[in-house]
Design a protein around this ligand. Structure first.
Ligand code: ADP
Ligand code: MG
Length: 406
């Protein structure tokens, strides 16, 4: 049985007109003799009436604190509505569609409400339904514990649902439908002439996604990679072929492997603060251990770590800034915080051992007089910390410098 998982994001299910386009994508898959399993996100984007954020705000209107378990029961409503409406759309077109919650579709998670991890995915029911010619329409983002508690999978969770179902069903393909024609060399909202990548490796797209490209969730990519299930990111609104994500580079016309390009894309993460701890230089102690242990014990993850004699620097998500500073000050540290920072990264599988990449990176930013607060590199990426106000200019400058423009 040839199974295809087709996931439709918020903008792809937002209106009756768009849902007709979704219907066409499902019909096309059936014409190609696939058995489709459909996954949907909540309708629309932040601010829209059936979007997840709207439900959260509604619940928190009067009482700011609602326990994570209870919050999950309102957070998953968006997908419920969306899946019912999408199943209705298919049924009106004469298809035998059946709406399922994440739990009914076999997604079993741990009990971490609001950001549960998938422990296993039991495909028995979905296999049975597809074999019988039905089209399951599964609520993305939802899971269930083995005790029957509802959970949600965190931001971008519908991508994860699609990948997990694809892996459990051994799908031939998982399609992620969105509002852009594929994964691009930069967020098209910042770089107007960003290019669509026709092919990208799991590793590169994971890096791009972890460094901020929110077009696909990194966990979805990791799950697909484990089972070697190809993913395609494409648009509901066009017939463009989209971006194929696999583990092998595609041969270009000139014989070079596409995924060996030095730079694949430029991306950024906002909402970051830089923390600097000034230490007495002649005291050699295990301060860095103490500092990072404090952060770990507080559940705060740190990034961009630099440890020098006399100074420890690192970055954290700004939502945790107040808590981190209070803890460190309580321990007697001399702490300085640089607010409103962002991390801008160039990602590329072919970056390793290419001399001059860092020099080019720095040159691009210094030409635009962009101050670099910190740098970090690995063999597949280079990142810098800049002031938030410099993000757009930095992304554009790096995109051009690394030859990624159309
Ligand atoms: P969906 O609701 O379909 O899941 P998302 O908003 O999660 O859609 O993801 C699509 C958006 O991701 C695009 O509209 C685009 O602005 C943004 N985006 C950020 N970086 C990239 C990139 N490198 N390539 C393509 N889109 C990107
Ligand atoms: Mg998304």
């Amino acid at each position: 049985m040839r199974i295809i998982v087709q996931k439709f994001g918020g903008t792809s299910v937002a209106s009756p007109e768009v849902r007709e386009l979704v219907l066409k994508k499902i019909e096309k898959a059936r014409e190609q003799e696939f058995h489709p399993v459909v996954v949907v996100s909540a309708m629309g984007r932040r601010g829209d009436c059936y979007a997840t954020d709207t439900f959260i705000n509604m619940a928190r209107d009067t009482y700011k604190y609602i326990a994570p378990r209870e919050l999950d029961h309102i957070m998953y409503c968006g997908e419920m509505i969306s899946a019912v409406v999408m199943a209705g759309t298919l049924q009106a077109a004469g298809m035998d569609a059946i709406m399922l919650t994440g739990g009914q579709a076999g997604i079993i998670t741990d009990g971490s409400f609001n950001h549960a991890r998938i422990l296993k995915c039991d495909p028995t029911r979905l296999f049975g339904l597809t074999k019988a010619g039905k089209i399951p329409v599964v609520c993305g983002f939802q899971g269930m514990t083995s005790e029957g508690e509802f959970t949600t999978l965190g931001r971008g969770g519908s991508d994860t649902t699609a990948a997990a179902l694809g892996a459990a069903l051994n799908a031939e393909l998982v399609e992620i439908y969105t509002d852009v024609d594929g994964i691009m060399t930069a967020d098209p909202r910042i770089v107007a002439n960003a290019k669509i990548l026709d092919c990208i490796s799991y590793g590169e797209v994971c890096q791009l996604a972890h460094q901020g490209a929110k077009v696909i969730h990194p966990r979805a990519v990791e799950i697909a990679m484990q089972k070697n299930i190809p993913l395609v990111v494409k648009s509901t609104f066009s017939d463009a072929p989209g971006t194929l994500i696999t583990n092998i580079g595609k041969e270009d016309a000139d014989g070079t492997t596409v995924t060996d390009r030095v730079a694949t894309g430029v991306t950024y993460l906002g909402n970051i603060v830089q923390i600097k701890i000034h230490l007495d230089e002649d005291i050699s102690s295990d301060d860095s251990y103490k500092v990072f242990k404090t952060m770990a014990d507080s559940g705060i993850s740190v990034d961009l770590i630099n440890v020098h004699p006399g100074e420890i620097m690192f970055t954290i998500d700004s939502d945790f800034a107040e808590r981190a500073i209070a803890k460190l000050k309580r321990q007697g540290y001399d702490v300085e915080m640089v607010e409103s920072c962002a991390k801008v990264s160039v990602v590329g599988g072919g970056m390793r051992e290419v001399p001059g990449v860092m020099a080019n990176f720095i040159e691009a930013l210094s030409k635009k007089k962009i101050a670099i607060l910190q740098t970090v590199d690995s063999h597949t990426s280079i990142s810098v910390l800049v002031q938030k106000g410099d993000v757009e200019a930095a992304v554009k400058a790096l995109h051009e410098k690394f030859g990624l423009c159309n």
